[in-house]
Design a protein around this ligand. Structure first.
Ligand SMILES: [Zn+2]
Length: 443
């Protein structure tokens, strides 16, 4: 229930003011900023200038905001190919921060920030948290990793600038996290949704009911998660779960976030211009149609990104949110174009499996997807934990559950799936992003 007072506090929070810019004014600002960022990249980023010249374009070719579709795309491989500093548009003397990805597949990617960039980032995260109804007086525990990963420091600066008290817990040490939540009277947490589920379970084992703690909001991101996962989190912890979106290439966390209406994620589009394209053809799609999200940074100096292909699949939602914000929203991102598994010629997304599993009673939100190849044929096995009551029950109940899960997965995916039920806690818990898919197929 949202009270009138809470709504007005939300609406009146000074950091949220740009969320309510009249649309015509917002478009004018976006166009002005686009020109600035194109000019800057043209002058300082060799790769961008070469791609513009190949197309016969100069900054003067951009005469309206709609002309953005004429600009060349950028993608993750550009960051790898120019590693480490090839896309910087500022000299190192103006850079105050460097972050990098973990680089699990090849060279890491490096991103840079000037002081103004850090301030922009801080303001966007503060706008996310304000949209979740948080403010001065809140105690916010940051359970994202601090370090080269943007999650921890991004959330930290945003929460601090909002005037909240920050508990920089970082990842890991579940018992200590729970002790802090309880003893410090923490009112909100920022972490991955899978890690929060792990904390709810550990708290239960320690005899602590999360519902009895003051924590009321969770700002969850850094991995795709589903509506079913939200229901599990909210019903087992009493915490209102918000989806936050971001990526290091664009700025880090804080590109977009749900407001208390939970009707999609607002994109801070005065800072990050969103487009949705057909991932096959690259053609722009109208609002309401599903495709790949493309983002342009409108206010970044050290490393502007123009038409960056995120690989995240979503749609820009038509119409205005009930909260009154004028900035547009995207649908929650359940999948990435490079998440797609092709199993016996059928396209399968891990989020489809998660939704099917969590709709069947008796399962826990811990699962892993194993892909193997037997006699030249792809096999899909899903291991899922079941509640201890279910496991202690007669063998018949487990068999019945197994059949129901197989039926649910067959219906959603249209292919035969092997389901293995395992005891609670037999799947390894992740402290950061959950490892859901293990592909053992060798081609
Ligand atoms: Zn809203």
């Amino acid at each position: 229930m949202i009270t009138e007072l809470e709504t007005s506090v939300d609406n009146c929070h000074p950091v949220s003011a740009p969320d309510y810019t009249p649309v015509a004014e917002l478009r004018a600002l976006q166009f002005y900023r686009l020109l600035t960022v194109v000019e800057r990249s043209w002058n300082h980023v060799k790769l961008f200038r070469e791609r513009m010249e190949e197309r016969g374009l100069t900054p003067a070719s951009i005469r309206s905001l709609d002309d953005i579709v004429r600009l060349p795309f950028s993608q993750k491989s550009d960051l790898r190919d120019t590693y480490p500093f090839g896309l910087f548009a500022s000299p190192m003397k103006d850079v105050v921060r460097l972050h990098a990805s973990s680089g699990t597949t090849g060279k890491p990617i490096v991103v840079a920030y000037t002081q103004e960039d850090v301030d922009v980032w801080t303001s966007s995260v503060a706008r996310c948290l304000a949209g979740c109804g948080l403010h001065r007086g809140d105690i916010i525990q940051v359970g994202y990793g601090y370090g080269l990963f943007t999650g921890g420091l991004g959330a930290h600066y945003g929460a601090e600038s909002l005037g909240a008290a920050v508990v920089p817990a970082s990842v890991g040490h579940a018992e200590r996290q729970i002790m802090l939540l309880k003893d410090f009277g923490v009112t909100a947490i920022c972490c991955t949704p899978s890690y929060f589920i792990h904390l709810i379970e550990r708290a239960g084992e320690m005899g602590i009911d999360m519902k009895q703690l003051p924590i009321r909001a969770g700002v969850f991101g850094a991995e795709p998660w589903t509506e079913s996962m939200r229901q599990v989190i909210e019903s087992t912890s009493g915490v209102e779960a918000f989806d936050i979106y971001g990526l290091s290439e664009i700025i880090g966390p804080g590109v977009g976030c749900e407001c208390r209406r939970h009707q999609g994620l607002h994109i801070y589009e005065d800072l990050f211009y969103p487009e949705v394209i057909d991932p096959e053809t690259g053609e722009p799609l109208p609002d309401g149609e599903t495709g790949e999200l493309v983002l342009t940074t409108l206010a970044k100096q050290a490393m502007p990104m123009i038409r960056y292909r995120t690989r995240d699949i979503t749609a820009i939602l038509p119409g205005r949110c009930d909260c009154g914000r004028t900035i547009r929203r995207i649908d929650r991102i359940g999948r990435r174009s490079d998440d797609m598994l092709i199993i016996r010629g059928v396209n399968v997304f891990p989020s489809q499996i998660e939704t099917a599993l969590l709709q069947v009673e008796g399962t826990l939100p811990h699962y892993q997807i194993f892909l193997t190849r037997e006699h030249g044929l792809d096999q899909l096995e899903v291991k899922v934990e079941v509640t201890s009551e279910m496991f202690e029950d007669k063998i018949g109940a487990l068999q019945e559950l197994n059949q129901r899960l197989q039926g649910a997965l067959d219906r959603v995916l249209g292919i035969r799936v092997r389901v293995t039920l395992v005891e609670a806690h037999s799947i390894e818990r992740s402290e950061g992003k959950a490892k859901r898919v293990i592909d053992r197929r060798t081609s």
